[in-house]
Design a protein. Structure first.
Length: 203
């Protein structure tokens, strides 16, 4: 398994940060949002060559799809496809009960946030990553003299995780695999012990 193209559902600051690193590493990036490609012209120009604005239907054909929408919008995203089987999606969401401003915790227990997200996208292969750090940290060069910016991840599909780790290593990040979606996701999700934590990996 190899991820070349990267699609996005949502195009906020966290996605833009990852997209900028991706295009510099040679990945074509297909950005989409709820308002249509015309609203992403300035974003695409800022990210640079290799980025393009597309409709949702094209973005989800990419090898790897970044999901970065308000938590409560995830069911609406899920309903846009009847079957998500074969698609690898990176859950970048956080469990805020309200959006803009971010506040409150959307409790979906006994599920973790990512388990709940996976249920909204039937058949999906889900990886939890890029939610624990602020966009400014993600946008900066992940290669530091003291080490590489750590990216925590979790998921239940080992081949997909291996391919994802190779991909983000190529962007300069240091992937830290926290294991299965339930256990690892609980560590990273909002209010989890790794939420909002930023580490450099010295290795």
């Amino acid at each position: 398994m190899q991820f070349k193209s990267i699609g996005t559902i949502g195009a906020g600051a966290p996605v833009q940060a990852v997209a900028a690193h991706a295009v510099r590493a040679g990945h074509p990036v297909l950005l989409s949002n709820s308002r249509g490609p015309d609203t992403l012209r300035d974003t695409v120009a800022a990210i640079g060559p290799g980025a393009s604005a597309v409709e949702f239907e094209e973005a989800v054909t990419a090898d790897l799809v970044l999901l970065a929408v308000p938590f409560k919008a995830v069911p609406d995203v899920g309903r846009r496809l009847d079957d998500w089987t074969g698609r690898v999606v990176v859950d970048m969401t956080n469990q805020f009960a309200a959006y803009n401003p971010h506040r409150g915790f959307a409790d979906v227990s006994p599920l973790t946030g990512s388990e709940w997200v996976a249920e909204q996208l039937p058949g999906v292969t889900l990886i939890k990553a890029f939610n624990a750090m602020f966009a400014d940290y993600m946008a900066a060069d992940p290669r530091h003299s003291e080490g590489a910016q750590a990216v925590f991840l979790a998921g239940d599909d080992e081949p997909a995780k291996s391919a994802f780790k190779r991909t983000i290593s190529g962007l300069g990040f240091a992937p830290i695999d926290l294991g299965a979606l339930r256990e690892g996701g609980a560590l990273m999700q909002l209010q989890g012990p790794l939420s909002g934590k930023h580490f450099l990996f010295q290795g």
